[in-house]
Design a protein around this ligand. Sequence first.
Ligand code: CA
Length: 566
Amino acid sequence: MRKLLLFTTLFIFTSFVNAQNPNIVFVLVDDLGYGDLGYTGAKDIPTPNIDQLANQGTKFTSAYAVHPFCGPSRMGLITGRYPHEFGAQFNLADNSSVTKGIPANQRMMSNMFQDAGYRTGLVGKWHLGSESQYHPNNRGFDDFYGFLYGGHRYFPAEYKAAYNGPNSWVYNHPLEHNGTIVTDDDEYITDELSHQGVRFINESVAANKPFFLFMSYNAPHSPLEAKTEDMNVDVIKDIANLDRRKYAAMVYAVDRGMKEIVDALKAKNVYNNTLIIFMSDNGGSLKFAANNGPLSGQKGDTLEGGFRVPTFFHWPNNVPAGVNYDYPITALDFYPTFAHLAGATIQPNKDLDGLNIWNHVVAGTNARNDNEIIMSVRHDNASNRVGIRRGDWKAYRLNNNQDWKLYNLKNDIGETTNLSATNPTILSELKSAGAFIVKDFAEPLWFHSTNAESAWNNNNMPNFEATFGEALSIDDENMFENSRFSFYPNPVKSKINFTINNANSNMSDVILYDLQGRIIQSIQNLKQDKNNSFTLQLLPNIPNGVYMAKVKNSKSVFAYRIVVSK
Ligand code: CA
């Protein structure tokens, strides 16, 4: 929500310092289906180690990736922003001639951890730029072992032979460690990555530093390549479909890696001071034998199966154990939440689209108020796929030629019954909230293919007018042209006044937002005191800080930054 944050450069936000400064191990798997873990319902994929961690932690049943594809999902996760806001809404093309990457001015959580005194490591997939200035070692990671592109093949003998042959596909590129090509990789890649995660943990403990480990497994992303021994374990060996059997074996290998990670944490006596997060970067691909369980849709969709993903937190004695957290959260929430846990400073010019959810997760309360949405937008050739979640409600549009649909996910997790006709106001509110966010989206800095680029240019994309209609045309063009508007005093103690030249209305609505876009106070139909002048009493419990006041009357919308200083 960049517009809301335009005026915030004076404000320095420092989270609470957590005395423990926990280690953080973030395990991101690639294209895992919502229903493809034991604890999420899989009967044909044994994941005992993942299940144990999940069941001893807090399981998020409504956790969302930022985007239903790999690259933009990761770009959102690591920057804490909708990637569309800085032109990163498409995958980087999977070829070694790509010269683009996340712009240097987009600060990553790895930078935040480094500045807070953490040792930072990335193991596995990057996919956020391969040139030097975009390389993980230049984007906040002290240690990087893995590959720079969108995926990789799994067996060293096969990818090394292919790379040295005519097929220089990036999935065959050599692995690297801090910019140096690795030659001694001789294990199935999931196992290799797990061992490297253990190495990083051991080195970090030896260095006596808190650490952030980003375990970025490419499994179970295609190509489907599994170890024979994993395909022959109980349950998996009975799967009739060969692709599903390979997929299950690939997930099983990740589960083995999770045990190695946990064993390493215990061996170094840091298990009790480590937050483990497990998540998938987007929904499973049905073409590659994933199962999204009760959810409709798959990777690439803005139905739930595209971006609602299996997710849990585990931290003994700090994260509630054995509970579900059913309120919606998004990967955008992790940057501010981790900053809170790490005692890190969020830079004054850092825009964030998520929330620090920590205290709500611990308390089991909703981190979002009744007005806050979680959204995913995927550009699809000449149109947009959109999903907007608020509370139990989900607004969905497949493309500009289909009508908006509205689902109540509490009763209808599979998105089967369209309730838009009976709840038009709710649909309208969700569309308006989504339109407010997409107005900040930027032109793409890159496309995953020349076809995608042609489609964008030939169809006047992003073409949000066709997607959001009237919701997009709500007049906020003059939100920041405040010449007809004044607000005083500023700083504000308890009462603020504003005047609107030619108010055209003797009533106004006023909404106060905090810097994360949360509504702090909302007043409907505030009456004029005298000519064009209004007085608003602030709620007594509003903390000192910087807020945005949005004032709306029948003709116009205005916004103003106010500083509350009591
Ligand atoms: Ca993915």
